[in-house]
Design a protein around this ligand. Structure first.
Ligand code: FDA
Length: 520
């Protein structure tokens, strides 16, 4: 049986819909889909669009959005996509920075996993099975309501989907202690290009390696992940200390560059650079927010900071002790006494805006002069909301070999930079101004970051670092350009896996690893 609009405006895709409705899976339970004729289509499409840059009337729209309730619905969608040559984009939480899970330049449909979102935590076994349409907030909620001494090292924003996040690595504030989310995946369920369902044993270790960081929408549709949970103390400590340029932010960041990746693994201090107003005369100034998670108690953190980072001037009253799950609320921007249910919300705490982002890896500290150049750019008054986030590596990240999973940024990395710019003003001019700004900043930083190749984080998707050609087809020469930036030496192995499991490049987007031979 079929739910959704009765007629598609694109007559040539009627066959796809007919195929879905007559598939054996549809006899067992409804396959719910939405065409533009369905009044719910705009809200279903927009609900999981997190970058308003791709929510314009000009952005290409899917012909159909399929919202599977079961794995058999996914199998049916893949089979009908083959038969009727309708391009597929998989959507988890919809946070892709370049909108690749819901925008494509050729006729396409979205396989939106939003209804496959159950999370089962087994406290005794210290594991969780997470369906691929769940958010990391749902995972945190399920952990936090069942135990205070287990945690999982995924991202900061609860609305991020595990589908894309784990497929690209996924990190949060305990990365120096535990590494990435993908480092702790121990099993997965995946529907392959032929519609076959696999677990780790049946997919084999090569494919299992590739899906833990090799990027989404490339090797198949992941339907669930099994992860190990990690032990944390009953109480952890958080703080945020801000310094303006006038309060020596530049000098303190400089010191931070020397020490942040060398602290004990339990301590993570990131720096967020943005713009604020001075309290004295309300002029714009640069602000550095030192934002920290310590997997221990305040009484041991304070002497550590006073010894190794006295320049920051942290005092006992800056330190807040709470449970790990309440630290998740803190970093997500919620009051720490909020009901844990807020973590289940798929609606972000802050309003959605247009944004463009980039990433870099830093191996040697940059000079204070170089940092001053960043401030000058942040202070440009015609740029609405610029932000840079410096996240320290070291600790466990340096111990895990580069080839352990496809994510390669390990020993030798001091910190990662995320460049971000947000804006609300609509229109071409505002978009160009902000995108030009971030590109200029990226150019400015070139001498101070990794080189040959200039490395980047696949989950901070940036089509400026290279992309497969516009039609969605690709060659290895085109893909290598961006592939080695995201995956370094692991790129070649990803190509081999892709060639073995999806030789005709069925699962693809502008930055999916292609098979050895290009297909049209
Ligand atoms: P989305 O649904 O857009 O998917 C991203 C990619 O994965 C697409 O190519 C999609 O097709 C594919 N995909 C999704 N589900 C799949 C599945 N089941 N099988 C196969 N392919 C699938 N990152 C980080 O490491 N730490 C952080 O703290 C944050 N914080 C953060 C905050 C905010 C507000 C945003 C917008 C983004 C982040 N990120 C992040 C980046 C985030 O990790 C990245 O965008 C993820 O790919 C998002 O996964 P979603 O499932 O939400 O996105």
């Amino acid at each position: 049986m079929l739910a959704g609009a009765a007629a598609s405006p694109a007559a040539n895709h009627e066959n796809f819909l007919h195929c879905l409705s007559t598939s054996p899976a549809a006899n067992v339970s409804k396959i719910v889909f939405y065409t533009p004729a369905n009044p719910s289509y705009p809200s279903v499409l927009q609900f999981s669009i997190h970058n308003l840059r791709f929510n314009t009337s000009a952005a290409p729209k899917p012909i159909v959005i399929v919202t599977p309730q079961t794995t058999s619905h996914i199998q049916a969608a893949i089979s009908c996509s083959h038969k009727h040559r309708l391009h597929l984009r998989v959507r988890g939480g919809g946070h892709d920075y370049e909108g690749l899970s819901y925008v494509a330049s050729r006729p396409f449909f979205i396989l939106d996993l939003i209804n496959l979102s159950s999370v089962k935590v087994d406290v005794a076994a210290r594991t969780a099975w997470i369906q691929a349409g769940a958010t990391i907030g749902e995972l945190y909620y399920q952990i936090g309501t069942q135990t205070t001494t287990l945690a999982f090292p995924a991202g900061v924003c609860p609305t991020v989907g595990v589908g894309g996040h784990f497929s690209g690595g996924g990190y949060g504030l305990s990365l120096r202690k535990f590494g990435l989310a993908a480092d702790h995946i121990v099993d997965a369920h995946l529907v392959d290009v032929k519609g076959k369902v696999h677990n780790r044993a049946s997919m084999g270790e090569d494919l299992f390696w590739a899906i833990r960081g090799g990027g989404g929408n490339t090797f198949g549709v992941v339907t669930a992940w099994k992860v190990n949970l990690l032990p944390v103390p009953e109480n952890v400590t958080v703080f945020t200390v801000t310094k303006t340029i006038q309060q020596n932010a530049t000098g303190i960041i400089n010191r931070w560059q020397q020490v942040a990746d060398r602290f004990p693994d339990d301590l993570f201090i990131r720096v967020i650079l943005d713009r604020t107003e001075t309290t004295t005369n309300s002029t714009a100034t640069g602000r550095a927010s030192f934002n920290s998670l310590y997997l221990g108690q305040a009484q041991s953190l304070l002497p550590l900071l006073q010894r190794d980072f006295p320049e920051l001037g942290v005092e006992r009253e800056d330190l807040i002790e709470l449970t790990w799950i309440r630290s998740i609320l803190y970093f997500a921007g919620y009051p720490t006494d909020s009901p844990l249910e807020v973590l289940r919300s798929r609606v972000p705490l802050t309003r959605k805006r247009n944004f463009k982002a980039k990433s870099d890896y830093v191996t040697e500290p940059m000079s204070e002069r170089a940092l001053e150049g960043i401030w000058r750019r942040i202070l440009r008054p015609d740029i609405e909301d610029p932000e840079l986030i410096f996240s320290p590596y070291g600790g466990r990240m340096s111990e895990i070999p580069e080839s352990s999973i496809p994510f390669p940024h390990r020993a030798g990395t001091r910190y990662k930079i995320q460049h971000l710019v947000y804006w609300e003003r609509e229109g071409r001019e505002a978009t160009d101004r902000h995108v030009d700004w971030i590109r200029e900043l990226y150019g400015y930083l070139a001498p101070h970051v990794s080189k040959n190749p200039r490395l980047a984080y696949v989950n901070y998707r940036d089509l400026d670092v290279g992309s497969n050609n516009g039609a969605g087809f690709t060659s290895n020469e085109e893909a290598r350009v961006w592939g080695v930036k995201y995956f370094k030496g692991n790129y070649e192995r990803l190509v081999r896996v892709k060639t073995a499991v999806d030789p005709r490049n069925f699962f693809r987007n502008e930055q999916s690893v292609p098979p050895l031979t290009a297909w049209k």
